[in-house]
Unconditional design. Sequence first.
Length: 226
Amino acid sequence: TPFIEVSGLEKRYDTRNGPINAIEKVSFSVSKGEFISIVGPSGCGKSTLMKMIGKLLQPTSGSIRFHGLPAGADSPDLGMVFQDAVLLPWRTVFQNVCLPIEVMGLERAKYERRARELIELVGLKGFENKYPSELSGGMQQRTSIARALVSDPSLLLMDEPFGALDALTRETMTQELQRIWMESKKTVLFITHSIPESVLLSDRVVVMSARPSKVQEIIDIDLPRP
Ligand code: ADP
Ligand code: ADP
């Protein structure tokens, strides 16, 4: 059974100017450990789709099912990264990365060790005690990536996580993400505007068409991994 099964998913936003059909009849499935990219023109509903998978938004119709999970658990542990880092300004880098440990009540010693490893992994060693206002945009984004990974989530949802980064940082982060994925075999859903990035990183690319948005095609990428 697939890890995630999206079927006949639709989302309509009711706005002052009438309804907007952001997503129409989107269906696809994701196996455990797969890296899936979602590409498509701006405004085609990629963020809407991801927010529904992350339970931040309720679908208008259709369903998202998570299989292969213990009975009673209706959704997997999630890590989410958005285009703009949303950090708590009164907390340091280390305290921001450790936020899920507190929220989820995880074992402190073990996960704080992981937090330090991740901070190093995203290239922020030495910045643990800095506040977000003292960091560049790229560094803030890398902090939010470390935070998304700290609880060792089984599903990682990333909405253009590198969109706001400069080209060089983006390249480094893409390689880091690939390394993290190879190491941990997490299931990843990754929204990007970059076709090369999606081809490099993913097992499959879900291509969405312009609004009202459907899945246009699903491309299997069969490239050897480094
Ligand atoms: P993408 O991530 O592919 O750029 P979005 O999911 O952000 O697309 O948006 C899909 C469509 O739904 C767009 O036309 C957008 O303007 C509209 N939309 C997104 N969020 C809302 C909202 N909260 N209220 C009304 N319309 C929205
Ligand atoms: P993206 O960069 O993914 O395309 P947008 O810039 O379209 O995102 O949207 C940013 C935020 O604004 C999202 O949370 C989205 O849900 C919301 N949004 C987008 N379009 C609209 C809209 N027409 N009305 C209200 N909210 C919207």
